[in-house]
Each structure stands twice: as structure tokens, then as C-alpha cells.
Ligand binder design. Sequence first.
Ligand code: NAP
Length: 342
Amino acid sequence: MSDAPSKLRIGVLGAANIARSFITALRGSLKVDVCAVASRDAAKGAAFAKEMGVARSFSSYESMLSDPSIEAIYNPLPNNLHAEWSIKAVNAGKHVLCEKPLAANSADAVAMFAAARANDVYLVEAYPYRAQPQTIKLAELVRNNAVGRVQTVQASFGFPLVAPNNIRWDPSLAGGALMDVGCYPLSLVRLVAGERPVRAMAMAQLSESGVDRTFMGTLEFASGLIAQISCSFGTARHRRALIVGDVGTIDTTYFNDTGAEFPPLVHVTRGSGWDAVRETIECAATPGFFAQGEAFHDLVRHGWGAWPGATPAESIDIALALEALAASARTGTAVRISQTAM
Ligand SMILES: NC(=O)c1ccc[n+]([C@@H]2O[C@H](COP(=O)([O-])OP(=O)(O)OC[C@H]3O[C@@H](n4cnc5c(N)ncnc54)[C@H](OP(=O)(O)O)[C@@H]3O)[C@@H](O)[C@H]2O)c1
């Protein structure tokens, strides 16, 4: 009998576009087997499985969740369905890698982790960039005070969304730039801050469908750190962060996939005056969906120490901050963020 560790058998909920990137990246993984897809439409699911070389397709989400051979679920459903189907999956005893943003509101995020704990399974929010060596280096620099005490963070993510019928334009599916892309800079800000923000202020430009098309928000932290996030469906593609401490700066991109097009460079300036020393750190280039999928396997097999991604506490803080920023943009007032909700 082989004592090789078994692959994590993952089923995908919905024939989502992003599932193509997920499945393609993990082909050839020695740790993960994306072995099934479930669709609301049997023919669509079968065609998707054939196209992607996935072994099985299920004609309903429920039937895949009740199959004992599926150990874990990748949930790339529209944002408003993340909570409902992740909770159904953990109640069926499956580990869950849920697409960002984890939930449409913080109460759902809290309920999702409570359900995962009650069923003794892992549930995490997907941010492939968090498994990048570039991000791991960034976190290490901040932790080791490479730029001193961080005072400000500015993080941005935008791209031009041209398709008119995309789920991201639909308010009933929890669309909008803040939910879809704003959670990314927010997750980076939370990683750097290491704590939950206390207050949010924001402004949004709305699209014709009523969701925010461009969004900018400011967050205050108990440490004194102030962070600004911006996101948009109407800008050129970019993903960039500037982290400023009292004795230096870190300037970095934070793409999911790095390589020749998006080189994984972290620019560090050490010092606070004209004599500051500049260094460019070149990290290993990695396909982020592959690194994240293998890290998810490591989490399930070896526990939290093996997971470089967002922790449940971080994901709850991200959900609380998303909620507060949206409320601030709606009301035009500053919104306090509860420090006790969990
Ligand atoms: N981490 C990242 O960088 C990243 C990148 C892109 C997207 N995402 C996230 O992944 C999720 C999916 O995004 P996507 O662009 O791949 O979406 P998509 O192509 O529109 O796919 C969503 C899938 O959800 C299923 N679905 C169930 N109920 C639905 C409904 N009422 N309306 C529409 N679809 C419904 C459909 O599958 P069936 O019809 O087969 O059941 C559909 O194919 C979102 O949460 C998004 O934020 C993350």
C-alpha cells in the first residue's frame, strides 16, 4: 500500500468563469485533484467538465455536496450566494475555499465561521495573491519593522469592466466595485495593519445599475494608522500598494499571478531623509491560483500554520470594513466599526 499523502478532492460549485483559472492552474498538482463540477444546468455542467477535463459533473449543487468522495468545495458563486452555499457545504462536512468577498455582510461572515467550527472543517476566503512569495515577503518586511512603524497605507485595484451583463453590475447579486475588487486592497490593508479598523469614511460613484463603479474609502486604526483604499470598474488595470512607515516606504504590486507581465518586485526605501537607501527585492514568480490551491491542501492536512492566506479573524474584519465603507458612502458620514462583533 502506498503511503503517499492523498490528494485533496475538490468539487467546484457552478460553472463560473473564474473556475477556469482555478482548474487550469491546479492541473498537474500533486496535492489537489479538482475532480468535479456542479451546475444548476446539467448540460452546462457536463460541457464545462468536458472542456476543462474535470472527471465528473453533477446536475445540482446539492447532489455534489452529498457525495462522500468530495472532501472540499471551491465556491465561486455570485457574492450574494457565498454564505448560503458555503454553510450548506460545511454542514455536509466539506472544507470550503470560498471566493472573495467571503460574504455580503458581516453577520453572514460570522455565521459561516460558526458553522465551519461546529462541523470541525476549514473555511477560508480566496485571495490567491496572499500565497505569492511577494506577499509573504511584504508581510515579513512589515512584521520586522523594515520601514518602522507604519503610518499610512494606500492600496488600489481597478480594471475596465465592459461586459454589460456581468454579475458585477447586479445589485441583487451583491455586485459593485467595493465588493468585487475593493475587498482586495482592504485585505492588504488588514494584513499590514494587523488589526480591525475602528472608523470608515467613503465616497462612491454609481453606475446606471445602481452599484458603485468607482469607490474610495479611508480607514482609521487604533494604532493611529490611516489607510486609503480605492477600486473601480472604470480604470486601467492596476493593483498597487504604498506602505509608509516613519523610517521608510514599501511600494509593491499584489497581483494574483506574477511572471514576466507582472514581475513580483517589492521596492523598499530604508531611511527617512534624502540619504535613504533604495532596494528592489525580486521574489519568486508563481501562479497564484496554484499556490493558493496547494496551500488549501496544506491547511486541510496540516492545520492553520500551513495557511498563508486570510484567517477567519481577518475575513470578519474585511466584511465589517466593507459594510462600514458602504454605509459611509451611502450616508455621507463617518461610520464606527464595532470592536466586539465576532
Ligand atoms: N479571486 C479572484 O481574483 C477572483 C477573480 C474573479 C472572480 N472572483 C469571484 O468569483 C465569483 C464568480 O465570479 P465569475 O466572474 O467567475 O462569475 P460567473 O462567471 O458569472 O459565474 C458564476 C456562476 O455562479 C452560478 N450561479 C448560481 N446562481 C447564479 C445567479 N443567480 N446568477 C448568475 N450565476 C449564478 C453559475 O453557475 P451554474 O449556472 O453552472 O450553476 C455561474 O456560472 C465571484 O464571487 C467573484 O468575486 C474572484
